[in-house]
Design a binder for this molecule. Structure first.
Ligand SMILES: N[C@@H](CCC(=O)N[C@@H](CS)C(=O)NCC(=O)O)C(=O)O
Length: 214
């Protein structure tokens, strides 16, 4: 069985869980406690030298980087398709995913926030403002992209969930954690609500994972 190494409230783990659930894949979840720096221990770094979650162990090989894992899952388990059939559609979906994956998440990652606390004296209010700044910058653009697409149904693109929804829903979760006001983003909130009606998304929620506080 595949093993997914992750952490309950890691956005990159969350988006990967959503994709695995949408594909109907069974997997063993291995919790890596980022609060206890388990990801920096030699045992985990032997799996991923970057010391970051998620890691997927499948078919005797080890994959890191959620975007690479998600693309591998899409190629290996093509049904249901989480990318559109046409090149323009695929590029549009990947662009929306990249707003989160390349431009919001990396600057709000734990190690970045720890660095701001340690070397720049950032207190929790400053951290909250930092995170909100980059979430707002990405969400403002995504909101425009969603509003402009008149062929869209209830999800980010087309009539069915795509990888863009997996990225967006996990980032909305992070936005709520950092107390970002979501009222300027009605299309994002509506997409999140539509996705959360699907079991694949609701079952992937951070607080439902075995390593979440109960
Ligand atoms: N680009 C990587 C980023 C992975 C990543 O940063 N994961 C976070 C959790 S969401 C992590 O392990 N953070 C540990 C740290 O910052 O020390 C991916 O998409 O997989």
């Amino acid at each position: 069985m595949m093993q997914l190494f992750g952490f309950f409230r890691s956005g990159t783990s969350h988006r990967t869980r959503i994709v695995m659930n949408l594909k109907g894949l069974d997997y063993a979840y291995v919790a890596v406690d980022l609060r206890a720096d388990k990801h920096l221990e030699a045992g985990f770094k032997a799996l991923n030298p970057q010391g970051l979650v998620p890691v997927l162990v499948a078919e005797q090989f080890v994959l890191s980087q959620s975007s690479a894992i998600i693309e591998w899952l899409e190629g290996r388990y093509p049904t249901p398709a989480l990318l559109p059939p046409d090149a323009q559609g695929r590029a549009t979906v990947r662009a929306m995913a990249a707003v989160v994956g390349c431009d919001i998440h990396p600057v709000n990652n734990k190690r970045v926030l720890d660095y701001l606390r340690k070397h720049f004296g950032a207190d929790e209010l400053a951290i909250q403002r930092w995170c909100a700044t980059w979430i707002d910058a990405g969400f403002e653009a995504l909101e425009v992209m969603l509003a402009a697409d008149t062929n869209r149904g209830r999800y980010c693109y087309g009539q069915t969930p795509t990888i863009a929804d997996a990225y967006l829903v996990s980032q909305v979760e992070g936005a709520r954690r950092f107390k970002v006001d979501l009222s300027p983003y009605p299309n994002i909130v509506a997409v999140d609500q539509a996705c959360m009606e699907l079991e694949a998304f609701s079952r992937a929620a951070p607080l439902l994972q075995s390593d979440a506080p109960h």
